[in-house]
Design a protein around this ligand. Structure first.
Ligand code: PMP
Length: 406
């Protein structure tokens, strides 16, 4: 097998050379935001240096160039997720925006008595918009439970789903636990009762190349910043038939066909959902990030990250008092843990003093923490530019922190 050239890859990420608190940076907060390679930074500099202009309306050359590059990025993203049509890719400001757009659209479709199913391991951004939707429509939110391994209980899902179910939404991969959910069978089952499925792909997209046609998923949402792209941009994939059915989310320029004070008609897809000047540079940089990751290869990335996960899990388990949450059979490179008697925040603060960035707290998934009856965890999440050596440094730092806190 081809060896994974991590040292070569690391050279693409200038930030990995910096020190934090006098130590070389070890960045293990990739599930929150991934770092940016210079190829993506180059795309940003190129945009502002050479063809910064508003899109879709100017006749002048810069505007045409910017429009072409932006639409090329849409097509790159379409191809990456294997959407059938480019106009099924809607640029958003990120996952949260994509979910709210769909939830808002369903407020004119759902009726009292309809039911929507959500998983027990969702990010707040995939809970709150649906609660707001239920308040508006009188629909009812039901929760697919999980077990102590952090896996959804499929038999319970089968009991919950019925002809009343109109929507099912869950994350493809859990940000708090790393669990990869059995989305294919959930989608099949949901479609058997004509329910639509929205997958929150925020955590899956950096590790798994989702094929929306193969999954037959109705909506798939992602954020660029989890995939080596910039913050403030993402996409919503929606099946054309659904996007045609849903009303626009925001009104404004770019999303109209004609406007008069008597009546406005909306533009076709994708513009109907893209009101106002978009994050043009962000969209183009997202395209560059997708190119960058595909150049390395998603199966290579997944295989390497899995080795990092196994190595780190085994090392962590040697530490006395270690409790890892979420040991699903299939998971991405996320480890959520606590050490008996210690507060996660204290561990996070101390390892930061040694240059190591991890996340502590509830990870915007309070129901998951409630399930395990804990206030929060320490979460280390790895990317393809991390190394086994960094994991060794992390393990040493954890041991030191433990001694200091005892
Ligand atoms: N869903 C999941 C599973 C996430 O991990 C995140 C980001 N932590 C989000 C949604 C929200 O993404 P964003 O903040 O980019 O909108």
């Amino acid at each position: 097998a081809k060896t994974f050239e991590v040292e070569k890859i690391r050279k693409d990420f200038p930030i990995l050379n910096r020190e934090v608190n006098g130590y070389p940076l070890v960045y293990f907060d990739n599930a929150a935001t991934a770092q940016t390679p210079k190829q993506v930074m180059d795309a940003i500099v190129d945009y502002y240096s050479n063809y910064n202009a508003n899109i879709h309306r100017g006749v002048h050359s810069l505007s045409q160039e910017a429009t072409d590059k932006y639409e090329e990025a849409r097509i790159k993203i379409q191809k990456h997720f294997n959407a059938e049509k480019a106009h099924e890719i809607i640029f958003t400001s990120g996952t949260t925006h994509g979910i709210n757009l769909v939830a808002n659209g369903f407020s004119s479709i759902l009726k009292e008595g309809d039911e929507i199913l959500v998983s027990a391991m969702e990010h707040h951004s995939n809970i709150v918009p649906w609660q707001m939707l239920c308040e508006k429509t009188g629909a009812k939110l039901k929760v697919i439970p999980m077990d102590l391994k952090g896996e959804l209980i499929y038999a319970e899902f089968e009991k919950l789903i019925s002809s009343k179910t109109k929507l099912v939404f869950l994350n493809h991969v859990s940000n708090a636990l790393g669990t990869v959910n059995p989305v294919k069978s959930i989608i099949e089952k949901a479609h058997s009762v004509d329910a639509a499925v929205l997958l929150d792909g925020a955590q899956a997209a950096p590790h798994i190349k989702a094929d929306v046609q193969e999954l037959d998923v109705d909506f798939y949402v992602v954020s660029a910043h989890k995939m080596c792209g910039p913050t403030g941009v993402g996409v919503l994939y929606g099946k054309e038939e659904w996007l045609e059915k849903l009303p626009p989310y925001q009104g404004g320029g770019e999303m109209i066909a004609t406007v008069s004070f008597e009546k406005t008609t909306y533009a076709g897809l994708p513009h109907k959902f893209e009101a106002g000047t978009p994050n043009i540079c962000g969209g183009i940089a997202f395209g560059a990030a997708i190119d960058y990751m595909n150049e390395i290869g998603f199966s290579e990335i997944a295989a390497y990250e899995h080795e990092l996960l196994e190595y780190a899990t085994a090392k962590l388990k040697e530490i006395e008092g270690m409790k890892i949450y979420g040991e699903a059979a299939e998971k991405t490179a996320v480890i959520s843990f606590n050490i008996e008697g210690l507060h996660p925040y204290d561990i996070g603060t101390l390892v930061d003093k040694m240059g190591i960035a991890v996340r502590t707290g509830h990870h915007c998934a309070q129901p998951v923490m409630d399930f395990f009856k804990i206030p929060g965890t320490v979460r280390a999440s790895f990317s393809f530019y991390n190394t086994f050596h960094e994991i060794d440094l992390f393990i040493e730092a954890i041991k030191k922190a433990k001694m200091m806190l005892k």
